[in-house]
Design a protein around this ligand. Structure first.
Ligand code: SAM
Length: 268
């Protein structure tokens, strides 16, 4: 399966072996994240876990992750066209399980951080048989891609981790998808019911500091023009087994926050 595409504007930098559309002042804000990824060798670590998971080796993962990865890989591969992963991060989102199960699936892997993309470049140089068609650094809120040009936009924790205007990112995803194109997103949020179970004062603290964890952006997807929005709840987990700033704050206040993990499929 092949898919060709071109960018709609000139990259700001091409010296790293992939195009970067990220201005250097924005890159400077990413240094801490880059340092964290480098020091923990997280990309290699996460990719190896996906490798084990997709080849049926035992791996420490939440129970629903295997089903999610196989289902997503099958869906993305079957849909066809060029697939785009945004906010790929250390795990590569849904591109990793898909390329491991179906090497050669035409994928463009992207992230705002040039360091993340540099590390994916290095990883795939070591494993060219699983390499994507292209890598690029750009902002999901302002994609250098033509309208109606992408078959599938995928993400795993992409939307909920976007720095910037998430509603704008949803609009961009809708714009670049071709008619009939698929958005597939594995995301988590704290449902209204789980939020109500928190002591009111603690709930208010979380709502003020991390308002986005209570949102699933379903209405925003509908408003952007997506149709047939299907959300499948695939699991739940809590801050008790999580390491994040939200989990740290939950521990500090002696509460447990429950996340609903869901997979959203919708079409343009
Ligand atoms: C924690 S990761 C999300 C999980 C990731 N998909 C994975 O599988 O590991 C968040 C990523 O989103 C990227 N990011 C943040 N804001 C972004 C934006 N506006 N556009 C594109 N990527 C963004 C960050 O650089 C980071 O690598």
């Amino acid at each position: 399966m092949t898919a060709t595409f071109s960018f709609t504007r000139e990259p700001l930098d091409t010296g790293r072996g992939f195009p970067s559309f990220v201005p250097s002042d924005e890159e400077r804000g990413q240094e801490e994240w880059a340092q964290f990824l480098r020091s923990g060798n997280w990309i290699e670590h996460d990719w190896t876990s996906y490798y084990r998971l997709m080849t049926g080796e035992p791996v420490k993962a939440r129970p629903f992750v295997s089903h999610l990865c196989h289902f997503a890989a099958d869906t993305i591969h079957r849909h066809g066209g060029l697939a785009l992963e945004y906010g790929a991060g250390p795990g590569g989102g849904l591109s990793s399980p898909t390329l491991l199960k179906y090497p050669g699936t035409p994928y463009l892997i992207s992230d705002l951080s040039t360091e993340v993309i540099s590390q994916w470049r290095d990883l795939y140089r070591k494993h060219p048989e699983y390499a994507p068609a292209a890598l690029a650094a750009f902002d999901a809120c302002d994609m250098p891609l033509a309208s109606d040009s992408i078959g599938v936009v995928s993400s795993y924790g992409g939307l909920s981790n976007i720095e910037g205007d998430r509603v704008r990112a949803i609009g961009e995803i809708h714009r670049v998808l071709e008619p009939g194109g698929l958005m597939i997103a594995a995301e988590v949020y704290v449902s209204e019911e789980d939020a109500r179970a928190l002591p009111p004062t603690v709930r208010e603290l979380f709502q003020n500091r991390f308002p986005f964890i209570f949102k699933n952006y379903r209405e925003e997807c509908r408003a952007a023009g997506f149709r047939d929005i299907r959300d499948e709840v695939i699991g739940r987990f809590s801050t008790a087994t999580d390491s994040s700033t939200v989990a740290d704050m939950a521990r500090e206040h002696g509460v447990e926050l429950f996340y609903t993990q869901y997979l959203r499929l919708c079409t343009k």
